[in-house]
Structures are given as C-alpha cells and as structure tokens.
Design a protein around this ligand. Structure first.
Ligand code: SAH
Length: 365
C-alpha cells in the first residue's frame, strides 16, 4: 500500500478535476457532478453522491479524500463580523473573516500561512512566513463559510463577494490562488461574477500582468504612499517594484476595459502618510488610471508604533481626492473587537522564515 498522502479532490479546479477523472478513464462530466456536490450542495461524503456509480463511489472513497481545514474557533464580533481560526497542516493556523453588510456579505480569505512581505504596520508580517496554502486550504475557507452561513439561524447571509485580503500575499502563491479563484467563479461551484472576486496585492508587478492574462478578477493594490521614499519604508516590496513600475502594471491591467477600475488601499497613519500635500501627490500619481481609493483607518497592532489618523485628517485627505473627482471611501472598521479587522489577522505560524525570503526578494534578479 502507498503511504503517500491521499489525493484531496478540493485541490482541483474544474479543468484539474476533469484531467484527474480522465486519468481514471472516467468521462469529463464526472468532474461537473463532483464539483456540484461539493461546492453547491456542500456534500463531501462520497456515499451520498447518488448520481455516481457504486463502483466509482467506492474507488473515490478508497483513493481520495475531500478535506477541508479544521475549525479551531469561530468568534462573532459585536457588529456581526465572524472570524474563523482554522488549522491547516504542520501545526499552522490561518484566519478567515466574514463581514455582513446590508446589501452584501464579504468573505476575506487567506492565501498563505503568514506573510513574507514585512509591511511595517501589519500584524501578519510580524508573524513571519511559513508556506503557501494549497488550493484545498484556500477554497476550503469558502466551503466552510458557505456551509456555516447556510445553517446559521441568525445570519441567513450569503457570500456575495470574496476578497483575497486575509493573511498572506496572494500573488506570491499564484497557481493555487488562481485555481481557487476559478472555483469561486465557476458556475458549477460558487458562481461569483469576476467583479465580485477581488485580489489585493502589495504590488508583485510581474504577477499582476500574469493575473490579467490568466484570471482577470477585480484588482486592489495596497498603495499606502504616493512616493517611493515613503513606500519603501512602509511596504518594502516597493524596493523591488517601485511605483513607476507598479502604476504602469495597473494601467495595463485595466487596459482596454472601460468598465474596470482599480481599488487603491491607503492606510491612514497619523503624521506619516496622511497630509493634504501627500493627498495631492496621490492625485498626480493616479492620473490616467481608472481608480477608486479606499482609505483604511489604521488598526493598532502589537509591535508597531503608529497611530490612527484622526477623523478630521482623514476627511481633509479625502477632500483633496474628491476635488480631483477620484471616488474615495473611508473603509469602516469591522470586527476589531475580535481582532478581525484589516491587518490584524495572525493565525499561528510555525517555523518562520520571513526574513530570509524577504532578503531574497529585495535583491531582484
Ligand atoms: N498582501 C495583500 C493582501 C492583504 S490585504 C496586500 O497587501 O494587499 C490586507 C489589507 O489590510 C492591505 O491593504 C493591508 O495593507 C491592510 N492592512 C495591513 N495592516 C493594517 C493595519 N494594521 N490597519 C489597517 N489596515 C492594514
């Protein structure tokens, strides 16, 4: 008998699953049937998949698994935000957040155990980096939340939007993140429109171009500063891919599609990046790019010495952008009483290797 880990069917997107069944001599429609059972019906018990032959069910049961991350805790914030702590292999834990609003429900999904980018204001960065999540661990977050929300008596909410804004840098886990996003978009799985799936990046420029070609979902860019000197300090990957390159990639991303725009996230750090002069620099930087700006009030984290910009500073900053007709919203802080707000996700990261990785990245080939 083989001792290799069994195949997890959750690791396949639709083309992957079709190829897998082809290798068993099964017809491609088996992939559609399984995808519907797992992602639409929430069924992961092969014996309940009644439109598959007995023999196929038995073989699937013997040779494969459908394995979702294990729920360690589920916390509910005063404002209804939910946060799952999920165990993935190697003693690691990740976090997933559901944010209910009147007209939508947004699931914030993690892409890595920890993060290697070391942004100066982010709690995930302080945890270090362990590894990329598998496809099954990424889509498993959506599966678990969808199952929970379908059964939860108080929050009969659906997931209408997914944002890849949890732990990790999704573009540093390109293959697995795009496979999972293909399942989010798949009619036979979660059937979300491509504008309802948003990938947020700190600015991995070559991967932005690849995303445009291979899986063009909505793009958000964590900008946080309008000049290289300041951005180098806050978002160190800027030293590898400076603003001119990042902005050029953003222009290419929206390219010829007049309905698309890029969301620029801008954390508001008191006295650091929140002056009206910097807002005017931001206006200049965004010239020629269809843009929306999300101002994110800084959520205090351990180990960082920043303060949250006062509301009047945020409003003054926003005014400069509004004067230039740039659509700007101030993101509401949600779930901060359970550390579920932007930048507060930590999970549990074993065997950290962040610094090594970061140095490798800073010396660009
Ligand atoms: N690595 C990706 C995905 C994470 S998204 C990225 O950087 O885009 C998480 C968002 O929360 C990012 O915009 C991040 O910059 C922001 N964030 C991080 N720490 C924060 C904090 N302490 N307060 C508010 N926002 C924060």
């Amino acid at each position: 008998m083989s001792t290799a880990a069994p195949i997890n069917l959750l690791d396949f997107d639709a083309p992957g699953l079709a190829a897998f069944f082809a290798s068993w001599g099964e017809r491609p429609y088996r992939a559609t049937q399984i995808t519907k059972w797992v992602h639409q019906q929430g069924v992961i018990d092969f014996t309940a998949m009644t439109n598959l032959s007995q023999a196929l069910r038995a073989r699937l049961g013997a040779e494969t698994v459908i394995q979702v991350p294990e729920v360690v805790t589920l916390q509910e914030s005063n404002d209804g935000t939910l946060k799952w702590l999920l165990r993935v292999s190697g003693g690691n834990c990740i976090e997933t957040v559901f944010i209910p609003e009147n007209d939508r429900g947004t699931l914030c999904v993690s892409s890595q155990v920890g993060c290697a980018l070391n942004c100066s204001f982010c709690a995930t960065a302080k945890q270090g980096y362990n590894r990329n999540l598998t496809v099954g661990e990424i889509i498993g977050q959506v599966w678990l939340a969808a199952r929970h929300l379908g059964q939860h008596p108080k929050t009969q909410k659906n997931i209408t939007n997914v944002v890849m804004m949890g732990m990790g840098e999704p573009l540093m886990n390109f293959e697995n993140v795009t496979a999972a996003m293909r399942l989010m978009l798949d009619d036979n799985a979660y059937n979300l429109g491509r504008k309802r799936v948003t990938l947020s990046t700190a600015g991995v420029v070559p991967a932005i171009d690849r995303l445009r070609e291979e899986c063009p979902v909505a793009l958000a860019v964590s900008l946080h500063a309008p000049n290289d000197a300041l951005r180098d300090e806050l978002v160190p990957i800027n030293k590898t891919y400076p603003l001119a390159e990042l902005m050029a990639a953003c222009k290419r991303y929206v390219g010829s599609n007049p309905h698309d725009l890029i969301t620029f996230e801008y954390i508001m750090l008191e006295g650091v990046n929140d002056s009206p002069a910097l807002a005017r620099d931001l206006v200049k930087l965004l010239r020629g790019i269809p843009a929306k700006v999300n101002l994110i009030p800084y959520n205090p984290i351990a180990g960082a010495d920043y303060g949250r910009s006062p509301l009047d500073a945020i409003n003054r900053f926003r005014l400069e952008l509004n004067k230039a007709d740039i659509l700007t919203i101030t993101r509401k802080t949600r779930g901060d009483d359970i550390d579920a707000a932007c930048g507060q996700l930590v999970g549990r990261v074993e065997a950290r290797s962040a610094r090594k990785r970061l140095h490798a990245m800073e010396s660009r080939p």
